[in-house]
Ligand binder design. Structure first.
Ligand code: F0G
Length: 446
C-alpha cells in the first residue's frame, strides 16, 4: 500500500526517438555516458537517487555545521544506537569512504577477506590493502531460476575450503553483505548471520556486516524466516546487525539520503584506529566528509527506513516492477530482490553471443525504445567471470510510481518484439583498468 504523497516534484521528459538514437551513439553505447536529462526513467542505481521526506528536509535546515561536536552528529549517534544497536560511529562521505577507513584498519598485505559476494568498491578496497577478496556465495546463487528464500546467504562450506587452503591466520576479515547486491539483491537470513558469526570466532577473524540495505534485508527476514514471523522489521534488523563486530554503511541506500556513510562498532580499539584513518581521509570524526545538514538528514532517514509502512511499500514496489516485466515476457531473475529487478539478458537475446555483450545490448535497447536507463552486470562489467548476463533495473526509493513502471514494461515489450533484430556490441575504446571498463569504455554495434 502506498505510504506517501508528493510535496515537491521534478519534471522529466521523454526525448524524441531521433534524439535517443543520437544520444546513444554520442554516449558510445555506454549508459554511464548519457546525460541524465536525456533519460526518462532512470533505473541506473538506487544509490543516492531517492527522495527525502519532509522531516528530512526539515532536519537538513537545522543541520549543525560546527567543525567539531556538531549536534547533528549526536542525532546520528542516537539513531545508529536505536536502529542498528551500535554505540560508536565514524561518519564518512559515502559507503566506499567507510570501506577505506575500516578495511585499511583491518587488512594487511597478503591477507584474505571472505564475503558472500564483494560489491565492486568492496573488492577494490580489499585489493587496495594488498589483500585478496574471495567470494563465498551459496550454490545456485547465480542461477536466475531457482526460487529459494535466502539466495544471498554466505556459504560456510566455501569459506571453510578457503581457510583449509590458505590457513586461518591469513583470514582476519569475514564480511557479510545484506542484501547481497552482486547476487541480484538477494537477502541473507539471520540464521546464516549467526553461523557466520560463529565461524569468524572459530578462525579468530573480525566479522563485518555491509549494512547498506539492512532494512530491506530485515523485511525479507520477517516474511521468510519462521523465527521472525511476529517480529517487526526494526527488531529483525537490530538482531541481525547485533552479531557483527562492525558495520560499513552507505547512507545513500537505507539511510534514505543522497550522500553519506559511516563505520559503526562497539570495539573501542577498532573505533580509535578508524577515527585516526577518518581524520586522514574523510574529515574530523564528528562530520567525516559530510555537511552537518547531511548528517542530520541521515539521522532521520535511518529511523524512517525501518518503519513498516515505508519498507513494505518499498519492497512491494520492486516486486511489482518484477511482476510487470515478467508479464510482458522478460526473463526476470527469481525471486525478485530488495532494491532492483535483474533481467537475464542471455535468455532475452539468445542470438547474441557472450562476447558481443547481450546485457549491454539490452541496456541500449531499453534506452532506445523508451529512454529507460539500467546497468549491465554481465560479461561487459565482469570480464573473465562466469556470471550470468544480468541487467539491473534498480529502483530509487520513494521516487517513481506505477505509471513509470507501466512505461518501463511497455518499453520492455517493444524491445522483446524485435529481439531477433538486435545486434550485439563490440568494444572500440577500452580503459586501462579492465575491472572498471564498464564505466567508461565505448562500444559500437557489430
Ligand atoms: N557496498 C555495497 C553492497 C554497495 O551496493 C555499495 C554501492 C557500496 C558498498 C558503496 O557505497 O556508493 O556509497 O560508496 N552501491 C551502488 C550501486 C553504487 O549502484 O549498487 P557508496
Amino acid at each position: 500500500m502506498v505510504a506517501y504523497k508528493s510535496k515537491v516534484v521534478e519534471r522529466i521528459r521523454l526525448p524524441s526517438r531521433e534524439r535517443r538514437a543520437a544520444a546513444l551513439e554520442e554516449a558510445g553505447y555506454n549508459a554511464f555516458n548519457l546525460a541524465a536529462d536525456d533519460v526518462f526513467v532512470d533505473l541506473l542505481t538506487d544509490s543516492g537517487t531517492g527522495a527525502m521526506s519532509d522531516d528530512q528536509w526539515a532536519a537538513l535546515f537545522r543541520g549543525d555545521e560546527a567543525y567539531a561536536g556538531s549536534s547533528s552528529f549526536d542525532q546520528l549517534t542516537s539513531a545508529v544506537a536505536d536502529v542498528m544497536g551500535f554505540e560508536r560511529l565514524v561518519p564518512t562521505h559515502q559507503g566506499r569512504g567507510a570501506e577505506n577507513v575500516l578495511y585499511g584498519a583491518l587488512l594487511s598485505e597478503g591477507d584474505v577477506a571472505l564475503n558472500n559476494t564483494h560489491f565492486d568498491t568492496t573488492r577494490a578496497h580489499v585489493s587496495n590493502q594488498g589483500a585478496e577478496p574471495v567470494d563465498c556465495p551459496i550454490a545456485g546463487a547465480h542461477d536466475p531460476e531457482t526460487d529459494e528464500p535466502f539466495k544471498g546467504n554466505f556459504s560456510l562450506e566455501r569459506a571453510r575450503a578457503v581457510v583449509d587452503e590458505v590457513g586461518a591466520e591469513r583470514v582476519p576479515l569475514v564480511i557479510q553483505t545484506v542484501t547481497n547486491n552482486s547476487t541480484a539483491g538477494q537477502p541473507v537470513s539471520v540464521e546464516n548471520t549467526r553461523r557466520v558469526r560463529a565461524f569468524a570466532d572459530e578462525i579468530d577473524a573480525t566479522f563485518v556486516i555491509d549494512a547498506c540495505r539492512f532494512a530491506e534485508n530485515a523485511y525479507f527476514v520477517t516474511r521468510r524466516e519462521d523465527e521472525f514471523a511476529d517480529a517487526t522489521v526494526a527488531d529483525a534488523a537490530r538482531e541481525q546487525l547485533g552479531y557483527a563486530d562492525a558495520l560499513v554503511m552507505s547512507g545513500k541506500k537505507d539511510g534514505l539520503v543522497n550522500v553519506g556513510g559511516f563505520v559503526a562498532t562497539d570495539d573501542g580499539a577498532l573505533f580509535e584506529r578508524c577515527k585516526q584513518r577518518a581524520i586522514l581521509y574523510e574529515g574530523f570524526p564528528t562530520y567525516g566528509g559530510m555537511a552537518g545538514r547531511d548528517v542530520a538528514a541521515m539521522a532521520v532517514g535511518l529511523r524512517e527506513a525501518v518503519e513498516e509502512s515505508y519498507i513494505t511499500d518499498r519492497i512491494e514496489q520492486v516486486r511489482e516492477l518484477g511482476a510487470m516485466l515478467e508479464a510482458v515476457g522478460l526473463p526476470v531473475y527469481e525471486p525478485v530482490g530488495g532494491h532492483a529487478v535483474y533481467i537475464d539478458a542471455g535468455a532475452t537475446f539468445p542470438d547474441i553471443p557472450a562476447d558481443e555483450f547481450p546485457g549491454q545490448a539490452l541496456v541500449c535497447e531499453l534506452y532506445r525504445e523508451g529512454g529507460v536507463r539500467g546497468v549491465e552486470l554481465g560479461s561487459f562489467a565482469f570480464p573473465e567471470t562466469d556470471r550470468p548476463e544480468l541487467v539491473r533495473l534498480a529502483v530509487p526509493r520513494r521516487t517513481y510510481h506505477r505509471e513509470h513502471f507501466d512505461h518501463v514494461a511497455e518499453t520492455a515489450e517493444a524491445v522483446l518484439e524485435k529481439r531477433h533484430e538486435v545486434a550485439g556490441l563490440e568494444i572500440v575504446s577500452n580503459p586501462a583498468v579492465p575491472e572498471l571498463r564498464h564505466f567508461t569504455a565505448s562500444l559500437e554495434p557489430v
